[in-house]
Unconditional design. Structure first.
Length: 459
């Protein structure tokens, strides 16, 4: 049986019986009332999804009941039924909040179609509300991992931004620092959370297509414009638009974006009328826009218009206190996602290595490393030799640049000596695990064993 419940409110018993019989066959649960007064009490006690409400009832009439239902239970769909068919009655009922209207006598098939349409709308609303609530849980400000002083300051700033009426925000930071996450945190922590959050990567589309995506276009405005299309700015009315990597936007489109930010109005491509919207624009960039302005690649007026509220996210290497907290945060996420019975942890040596690693890919790289470990390693403790080999190679390059790569005795050494020392360091780093040492050296395990025998590390 369907979990959806329908209340029939009609003073004619035969009509109630006929409707109930058909609705039960359709799989719905059915409640009945022969007048309007009990309706609100029923709604308080039962989770009613839809009301079939007669227009003319003894005592309170259908319109009075409709007003009360809309005021107290706005999620309940109402379909008005009446033998007194008039356009004015239908218009009045729809204006007051009825979902639909049907005239008596009607066929049950026609009514079932209207009921199905109304309940589909209810399902969509509930799905949307569930999605919005999930997004608020996933992107609440409390989700910001902030052990370092820098991130604690950002946390406090994001709270102020989200609660403010600010409509233009610029997020700056290297790739992988979480600019897109910060944009979602701002949106879903604001009073716009139940309105659209639209995002677009400015570097992913050619300028003409990007303009159409942002502003929309009129039918016939260009060769493939076979119908009118609303742009993201229009679709996001009363919500937020996230312009990722705005530093890659062309100068011509920058001028149109500046006009929109100043006037909150734009024209569709090929359009002649201004369209006004209320949209919070959150832009991000991994480029130095100030330098781009000096080089003539970015408009100075747009740069300062975007920087009404600037938000700079420092790279992970500058906030090392956040690394253990972030690592544990991602471990918990993937433990739940992969349904692991126990939550793994890092050994002290592995965590020390991670804290001292520079993370060129920032938080995105850290998340990827954790996900990889959770997939490939089944133990409860992640040790240093289980970390991806490319992290060790990156560390080698850093040390080489600092003059720390290989310590050899004597004033000169041969290439063979250098090779032997590298093999030795790889084996020691991985506690003589041949598979991981080979991966660290970027060679096959057979090749490693050959070198080990060659240098006397394997008999």
């Amino acid at each position: 049986m369907s979990s959806e419940k329908i209340l029939i409110v009609d003073d004619e018993k035969l009509i109630r019986m006929s409707l109930k019989e058909r609705l039960l066959k359709e799989g719905y649960q059915v409640l009945e009332a022969d007048k309007g007064e009990p309706v609100l009490s029923i709604l308080n006690e039962e989770n009613v999804d839809l009301i079939l409400l007669d227009y003319k009832l003894p005592g309170l009439n259908g319109i009075e009941i409709l007003k009360s239902v809309v005021a107290t239970s706005p999620d309940v769909m109402v379909i008005m039924m009446t033998a007194f068919s008039s356009i004015s009655n239908a218009v009045e009922a729809i204006k007051l909040g009825a979902h639909d209207y049907i005239h008596k006598p009607f066929s049950n098939d026609d009514l079932i179609i209207k009921i199905n349409n109304a309940l589909e709308t209810t399902r969509l609303k509930r799905d949307l509300r569930r999605y919005q609530e999930e997004q608020r849980r996933n992107y609440g400000i409390e989700k910001i991992v902030s052990e370092s002083k820098a991130m604690k300051e950002i946390n406090a700033l994001v709270k102020k931004i989200a609660a403010s009426a600010a409509t233009t925000i610029l997020i700056e930071g290297e790739s992988g620092t979480g600019k897109d996450l910060m944009a979602k945190l701002i949106h879903f922590s604001s009073d716009r959370f139940d309105k659209p959050f639209m995002n677009i990567t400015c570097s992913a589309l050619p300028e003409t297509l990007l303009e159409s995506e942002l502003f929309g276009h009129e039918k016939g405005s260009f060769t493939d414009a076979k119908m009118q299309k609303k742009g993201l700015l229009e679709l996001a009315d009363r919500g937020s638009v996230f312009l990722d990597e705005i530093g890659d936007m062309g100068l011509a489109l920058q001028a149109k974006m500046l006009r929109f930010l100043e006037e909150k109005a734009f024209k569709r491509v090929g359009g002649i009328s201004d369209i006004k919207v209320d949209v919070r624009v959150i832009a991000s960039t991994n480029k130095n826009l100030e330098a781009a302005v000096k080089q003539g690649h970015f408009r100075e007026d747009l740069y300062y218009r975007l920087r009404v509220i600037p938000l700079h996210i420092p790279p992970l290497r500058e906030r090392k206190k956040d690394i253990p907290a972030l690592a544990n945060h991602f471990i918990k996420i993937f433990s739940s996602e992969f349904k692991r019975r126990t939550i793994p942890r890092f050994s002290d040596e592995a965590m020390d290595f991670m804290v001292n690693y520079d993370w060129p890919g920032n938080v995105r790289e850290l998340r990827n490393v954790i996900e990889r470990l959770m997939i490939l390693e089944s133990g409860e403790i992640f040790d240093v030799d289980e970390l991806p080999s490319d992290m060790f190679f990156a560390k080698k390059v850093e040390e080489q640049q600092e003059g720390k790569e290989i310590v050899l005795h004597g004033d000169s050494f041969s290439l063979e000596e250098a090779e032997k020392e590298l093999v030795k360091q790889a084996l020691e780093k991985t506690r003589w695990n041949q598979t991981h040492a080979a991966r660290l050296l970027n060679i096959g395990r057979d090749a490693l064993r050959y070198k080990m025998k060659k240098f006397g590390f394997l008999e």
